[in-house]
Design a protein around this ligand. Structure first.
Ligand SMILES: [Zn+2]
Ligand SMILES: [Zn+2]
Length: 137
C-alpha cells in the first residue's frame, strides 16, 4: 500500500499554524471556500495560507502523510479546536486594532490584512479578483 504525502501550506510570515504540516480548512457550509493565497483559520485554530491545490477528500482509512495532527483531531471530533478557550491562554491587545488576542499580539483579522499586502507584494499572479477588497467600511 502506497501512502501519499501532502505538502505543507504555503508560507507566510503572518501564519501561526505549524509550518511543517498541511492544515485542514474546516468546511463551513455557510461560507464559500476561501481563494488560494488567502490566510484562513484552520481546523486546529492556527492560521495558514490556502494552497492552490485543495486537499482531495480525505479517506480516514488511508490518511496521507504530512497532515496536521491537531487539525485531524478537530475534524474527527467534528468541531474546530479553540486553543484560546479557557483562562490558560493569556490575551494581549492586538497592536493594530487593540482587540484582545492570544496570537502573539496580532489578531486574525489584522494578520489577514497584513498577509494580503505581503502576498500581493511577493507574488506576481494573485488568484482571485483584481479589485482591492473593500473591507474597511
Ligand atoms: Zn492544523
Ligand atoms: Zn487586530
Amino acid at each position: 500500500m502506497s501512502r501519499r504525502a501532502v505538502a505543507p501550506n504555503p508560507r507566510s510570515p503572518f501564519a501561526d499554524a505549524d509550518p511543517a504540516y498541511r492544515h485542514i480548512y474546516p468546511q463551513l457550509s455557510l461560507f464559500p471556500d476561501p481563494e488560494p493565497g488567502v490566510l484562513a483559520l484552520m481546523a486546529c485554530d492556527g492560521v495558514a495560507v490556502i494552497p492552490t491545490e485543495p486537499l482531495e477528500d480525505i479517506n480516514p482509512e488511508s490518511l496521507p502523510d504530512g497532515l496536521c495532527p491537531a487539525c485531524l483531531e478537530a475534524v474527527r471530533a467534528g468541531r474546530p479546536a479553540h486553543r484560546s478557550d479557557g483562562d490558560t491562554v493569556s490575551r494581549t491587545p492586538c497592536r493594530q486594532c487593540e482587540s484582545l488576542t492570544s496570537r502573539d499580539g496580532l489578531c486574525v483579522l489584522c494578520r489577514q490584512e497584513a498577509h494580503d499586502q505581503w502576498w500581493s507584494a511577493n507574488h506576481d499572479s494573485v488568484p482571485g479578483p483584481a479589485a482591492p477588497a473593500q473591507r474597511d467600511a
